[in-house]
Design a protein around this ligand. Sequence first.
Ligand code: TYD
Length: 213
Amino acid sequence: MNPHTYSRFISFEGLDFSGKTTQIHRLIIQLARHGISAEMLREPGGTPISEAIRKMLLDNRNSEMTRRSETLLFSSARAQLVEQVLVPRLEGGETIIADRYVDSTTAYQGYGRQMDGHFIRQLNAFATGGLMPFRTFFLDVSVDESLRRRRSAGRGTDRMEGTDIAFMHRVRDGFHEIAAANPGRFLIVNAERPEEKIAAEIWGEVSRIWQIG
Ligand code: TYD
């Protein structure tokens, strides 16, 4: 596989309820206004095999799942997505926006579940063949804000969202450490501001890197 960084591949990361999906949809609409068609791929998911793994990972009945098993399943779903969808589409010149990618495994399984960081880095490289996003937008909300939004969403929680507050703090701190270690790739976006402000900041960066408008 080609360990190339395609400029038309970007990712979004953040805690649950950081507003990633909303912002990705806004970005896709904005890109369409400029004649660029972009596709969102959500992780885990995006292929039939990866979606089946997603169900397994998020199912509350799977409370006995070990952290090793969980880590390998997230990586397995990603490996399938990369080879079956991501690489062929990027090779074909398409624009792809990933709703989570390897940084989620580093933050959630590495920092959150406290799995060995060196192993997680190797696993991420194995699962992706080294394919990394050109730019990663980390939508940053506090743990309190994520919890507030979860409460007001009023829906049940999945297995990953059922984790405790200390876990969420480790994940958020983890994202900050990853961002600090990759300053060229990461943009930390304060995601506690009004939706339009966040969208404008993201658009500013996307239009700059892709020289749109
Ligand atoms: P996501 O699809 O963002 O959640 P939702 O669609 O419910 O908003 O992500 C699913 C959950 O999986 C989320 O809690 C983060 C977690 N996750 C990991 O722990 N590791 C990973 O590698 C990925 C991609 C997600």
